[in-house]
Design a protein around this ligand. Structure first.
Ligand code: SAM
Length: 223
């Protein structure tokens, strides 16, 4: 590996998503809302950890993962969970319908789901990337459930920064793969300050039209 390749390897670009303090508190608040003795599954948990009440499941054995498995076939008994969290996962599962059916199966009547999913973001494989969700489309992730809360998880400035960074890298690469790699590191750094405009923009009603990601909290019917 030469010096140029080494420099490219260590200059990790900043995260495209800027989460406001309020947005960062949403899952910890959800865990509180489900209850002190609740059992909650964090499906596709990655490297996240929301405390001892939350069991982490992922296809990869990250450090906080307790169960290695797939969303489409959960190794969990029927109706035994009080809550299920998916954050940035439903775009990655190959079979969305089967995953949602599994979440419904393992959730007890009256249990809560928290789904957070992307609308305007670049392609990001983990290990693949199949779909996007509009604001109204989010309700289809919990059909027949009572929607308790919904809104923007990541605002439009983050969406713009992500798309503009990828576009400028592509445009300036002139089809050259090395230039593309350089651009994909440089432009996120250059445009990064723009994403902080979400601190005020994501609160405006029109922000839903081009937001980066949405969330929904919904309750499974008792009957
Ligand atoms: C973008 S990451 C999000 C991780 C974490 N939820 C977060 O918010 O930081 C998507 C995660 O979903 C996991 N994943 C992808 N396909 C999955 C599947 N079929 N079943 C369970 N997890 C899956 C990936 O391994 C990855 O950790």
């Amino acid at each position: 590996m030469n010096l140029f390749q080494r420099t490219l390897a260590v200059t990790t670009p900043p995260d495209f998503a800027y989460k406001t303090g309020h947005s960062q508190q949403r899952i910890p608040r959800f865990v509180e809302q489900v209850g002190p003795d609740a059992l909650i599954l964090n499906l596709g948990s990655g490297r996240t950890d929301f405390g001892r009440r939350v069991v982490n499941l992922d296809i990869k054995p990250f450090s906080h993962v307790a169960v290695v498995g797939v969303g489409e076939r959960l190794p969990v008994q029927d109706a035994c969970l009080d809550g299920v969290i998916t954050q940035g996962v439903l775009e990655h599962v190959p079979d969305l319908r089967a995953t949602l059916a599994e979440i419904d199966r393992v959730l007890r009547p009256g249990g809560l789901v928290y789904h957070e999913a992307p609308f305007i973001q670049g392609f990001h494989a983990s290990p693949n990337d199949f779909r996007r969700f509009t604001a109204v489309g989010m309700a289809e992730l919990a059909p027949g459930y009572q929607v308790l809360e919904r809104g923007i998880a990541v605002g439009p400035s983050s969406a713009m920064m992500w798309v503009a960074s990828e576009y400028l890298a592509l445009f300036c690469s002139l089809g050259n793969r090395t230039l593309l790699k350089v651009g994909r590191r440089a432009f996120p750094w250059l445009l990064s300050p723009l994403k902080f405009a979400d601190a005020w923009l994501e609160g405006t009603p029109q922000a839903e039209l081009i937001a980066s990601a949405f969330y929904i909290v919904a309750r499974k019917p008792e009957a």
